[in-house]
Design a protein around this ligand. Sequence first.
Ligand code: ZN
Length: 304
Amino acid sequence: MRALAAFLLALVAAPPATADESRYAELARQEARIAAVAYRLTTGSARWCPVAAPQPGWILSDLRRIDAKDRTAAADVYGAPDAPFVAAVAPGSAAERAGLARGMGIAAIDGKTVPVLGDGATVRIDAVIVMLNALAPAAAWTLTDSTGRTYRIDPAPGCASAFRVERDGVQAAANGQLVRLRLDLAQSIADDQELAAVAAHELAHNILRHRARLGGDRSARRVRQTELEADRLSVWLLADAGYEPAAAVRFWNRHKRPLIRAATHPPRSERIAAIEGEIAAMQAARAVDPVAMPAWATKPPPLE
Ligand SMILES: [Zn+2]
């Protein structure tokens, strides 16, 4: 009876969410999962990264990314102002310790106002990322929110890769500084360990500087090489962030569709074999040296 009474009371007390609000609440929920995974991977794998940056442990967003007709619903869900804002905070992160919370607008970093370079949907978020990447990776810094309050953020050095959840576009992509994951892909992966495996694969593309190394020659053979390199490095990144490397095998056994174009991507059987082989190689190497890093990953050979 008491449970029923509490349920009925909740129905009366909470105004029903609109369809738009439910949609953005789901986006915010997936952003929170990705924020947690990304924080663990980028900070846990910091020693693999060619470029380090402060990793507060957040996912940023901007109401400009959202269709004009939906902006009010999204602003209600996030509690966000018209500014780049914190869409999610990772548990245990520097951002959480500093008291940052979902919906907080970002006005300045280390006392410098975040510039608005045009009216593009992501220019204000991108400006924050550029400012963060220019800071000393292992130093404390300050954030000023949209109300003028200042927060001191503890040092949390990590890979200079930001993560973003998108509602359209490719399922997953990495451009060197940013990892993009599509909302429905995140929704289709119920297990956070498997979600970490996908995020680790994309982060591996950035660590291995695949976009730069591919340059203008994105032939199928070279792209396939980068895919297998990213699969192999993801095993080590997962282990160093405290995740199960075998989650990558589980993901590929379950996820039948390729993440991007099938023609340039290795078949699943090849990927699973590469990942299983790498797990065995890692276990052998780390039995001898618990912090071993393979030379092919720290000094990757030229793509052929
Ligand atoms: Zn890939």
